[in-house]
Design a protein around this ligand. Structure first.
Ligand SMILES: [Zn+2]
Length: 353
């Protein structure tokens, strides 16, 4: 069995992918999938679909959204400062004091976001949480003309991208949500390609999840799968201030979370739990009493209904510049999903009974 391709994860994390601007990260996905997939296509929405054993039955779709939250340049003022709007859901406090990158046509441009120095803030200012309309990006330009040579209205912006290893095989980076999901589904497909699948298995690096699960909707319609697994991050609760009574107990490094609830087909879930036990893959159980706020939602309700599961990666500090995940959880998630895909054949029945 091949070693976990963590260099592929590093490449994903270094490539920008605000929703609607996923092309750089999709290039990385195509290059990786092209090494083992039978077919790699990019639809006109921007999803990358990689298939193995495409003539097999049934069809399984693995969805990991590759987009990350970002900003978009709305206005360049006379002094060369950039004013922005949000792509996806932001806690604006996360932006103050950050190194940013504007992904201009001519290449990446460094910038910073800050605010008035503490000495100049009034007592009242200090208590206020800034809004996105109050923040600007400073590229060091002297005026609008200089700024316009580097960036244009509509350019996407991210935190400075990268990867930092922490203790115990944990790592921090912006955009772990959900480049880790894209990594898991492609890694699972790689493992499936190393085996003898009966099912057709498609790993999709979906676009625009952060603005409404849009890429999963279009790609699931195209693939028309009978089975689907969405891989996304979920909130780990093993850090201060999170109440396990409210959010459940989810720990980093103790395995992917296999969810229960209405957005999950119980037979698929049982099969995943059984395979995890059989192959000694650690998993955790999460409870989700509603439609998921990720690709699983649209995957399940595609066409005549898809037997869907949610395999989630525990994550601390979601939608921040320091989203933390466990590399061990990633490989375990991929192993489990690959085992599932390899065990499904044309006689498999996932009717909830
Ligand atoms: Zn996500």
């Amino acid at each position: 069995m091949s070693a976990p391709p963590f260099d592929f994860l590093h490449d994903l994390l270094k490539a920008p992918s605000p929703s609607g601007y996923e092309q750089p990260v999709q290039r990385v996905v195509r290059a990786f999938a092209g090494q083992f997939a039978e077919r790699v296509t990019t639809d006109w929405h921007g999803n990358v679909l990689a298939g193995v054993n495409c003539a097999g039955s049934p069809r399984i779709m693995l969805a990991g959204h590759c987009d990350q939250i970002g900003l978009q340049v709305k206005h360049i003022d006379d002094r060369g400062y950039l004013w922005v709007d949000a792509i996806g859901g932001w806690d604006v406090q996360m932006l103050v004091g950050q190194n940013m990158v504007i992904w201009g046509q001519g290449g990446p441009v460094p910038g910073v976001i800050a605010r008035k120095a503490i000495h100049l803030l009034t007592q009242e200012d200090r208590k206020k949480v800034p809004e996105i309309k109050d923040l600007w990006i400073d590229m060091g330009c002297r005026n609008r003309e200089e700024a316009q040579k580097l960036v244009a209205i509509g350019d996407p912006v991210t935190f400075e991208l990268g990867f930092r290893a922490l203790q115990n095989n944990l790592a921090a980076a912006p955009g772990m949500d959900n480049k880790v999901g894209a990594w898991v589904v492609l890694r699972a497909l790689q493992l499936v390609a190393e085996g003898s699948p009966k099912a057709a298995v498609y790993a999709v690096s979906t676009v625009q999840e952060e603005i409404g699960l849009r890429g999963a909707q279009t790609s699931a319609f195209a693939i028309d799968p009978q089975l689907g697994i969405a891989v996304d991050v979920t909130h780990a609760t093993d850090c201060p201030t999170l109440d396990v009574k409210q959010f459940g107990e989810i720990n980093m490094g103790q395995g992917p979370v296999v969810y229960r609830g209405p957005n999950v087909n119980p037979v698929v879930r049982e099969r995943l739990v059984g395979l995890a036990k059989e192959h000694e893959i650690p998993i955790q159980t999460g409870a989700l009493p509603r439609a998921a706020s990720n690709d699983a939602n649209v995957l399940q309700t595609t066409r005549g209904g898809v037997a869907t599961a949610i395999v989630a990666i525990p994550n601390r500090y979601m939608h921040s510049p320091v989203e933390v995940i466990s590399l061990t959880d990633l490989e375990n998630a991929a192993q489990l999903i690959a085992r599932f895909c390899l065990a499904v054949d044309a006689d498999s029945d996932f009717t909830p009974a």
